[in-house]
Ligand binder design. Structure first.
Ligand SMILES: [Ca+2]
Ligand SMILES: [Ca+2]
Length: 288
């Protein structure tokens, strides 16, 4: 472990605070450090990209809260996206069921979509064209299409994410094992081996990451609150020489949860990320 600590370059800290995300469309900073992706109005779209790219040679784990509204009949959902679209920080997808990420038709490559990319969608509206189940669900996406062969809805026919609550999401990338693991409220909702650099990003290792969301005829307030990012920088030589491979990152206890209620959010003191020590592997959200 000591050897590992020696290899750690440290932690990349990020917050959902101002100036660290580039916002597009209807995305807007909220009091309390969260970022609105869409207001509760029809035909809205918003995106927020971290100004700091991720390096796919590194092990990273990103944790955030997402809020998908409080109207069961609302729409459409949020995606967490990692991309290397030629349009870079200007890239965006189609509105409505495409959630600001994808395009209308899987096999008809037209309109706005983000690619090359991977994404995880949190979908709150039934769209048969995208192979949605009737209930809310999470699904893994690639290539700027929202069509998904599989989904996760906790084995429930009435799984609902539009419950007026924050939901805890984690995305973990292990470059050694080429393993993606996605958690929602403590459940593993997706786990797969994928050579992202070779098979998705065509050799690129520096990728943009962020969030997209949209509404259609139906809508909901949708936002996210970044809780923490842990990045373990793995020099290529170390990758080959160190055994055992990647230790589990120990993340600090979750940041104080912001109340989903907007009034309460506005009462929250402005949060700030603090890096606890140069050699620690975690950062935490701390109220000033
Ligand atoms: Ca949908
Ligand atoms: Ca729902």
């Amino acid at each position: 472990m000591r050897k590992w600590l020696f290899l750690l370059v440290g932690v990349v800290a990020a917050s959902a605070g101002h100036a660290q995300f580039k916002l597009m469309g209807d995305a807007a900073h909220m009091q309390g450090g969260c970022i609105q992706l869409t207001p509760d109005v029809p035909y809205s779209e918003g995106l927020a990209y971290s100004t700091q790219k991720l390096n796919l040679n590194n092990y990273f784990e990103i944790q955030f809260d997402i809020y998908l509204g409080d109207k069961e009949e609302g729409a459409d959902g949020i995606t967490f996206v990692i991309h290397n679209d030629p349009n870079q920080y200007e890239a965006f997808g189609t509105w409505g069921e495409c959630m600001g990420y994808g395009r209308w038709m899987r096999d008809y490559v037209a309109g706005n979509y983000i690619a090359p990319s991977i994404a995880v969608e949190f979908d709150t509206y039934y769209n048969p064209r995208q192979n949605d189940p009737y209930c809310d669900h999470a699904a893994y996406l690639e290539g700027g299409t929202n069509f998904h062969a599989r989904h996760w809805s906790n084995s429930l026919d009435d799984y609902n994410l539009e419950d007026g609550k924050l939901h805890d999401f984690r995305f973990r990338w292990n470059p050694e094992k080429q393993q993606i693991t996605v958690f929602l409220d403590g459940h593993v909702v997706h786990s797969t081996k994928r050579d992202l650099v070779k098979d998705v990003f065509k050799g690129a290792t520096q990728v943009i990451w962020g969030f997209t969301a949209s509404t259609g005829r139906a809508s909901n307030l949708q936002y996210f609150c970044l809780k923490q990012i842990a990045v373990l920088k793995l020099p290529s030589k170390a990758l080959k020489s160190v055994r055992p491979a990647v230790p589990n990152l120990t993340l600090k206890p979750a940041a104080p949860r912001l109340d989903h209620n907007m009034a309460s959010v506005s009462e929250n003191p402005h949060p700030a990320f603090v890096q606890e020590a140069a050699d620690r592997m975690s950062v935490k959200l701390r109220a000033k």
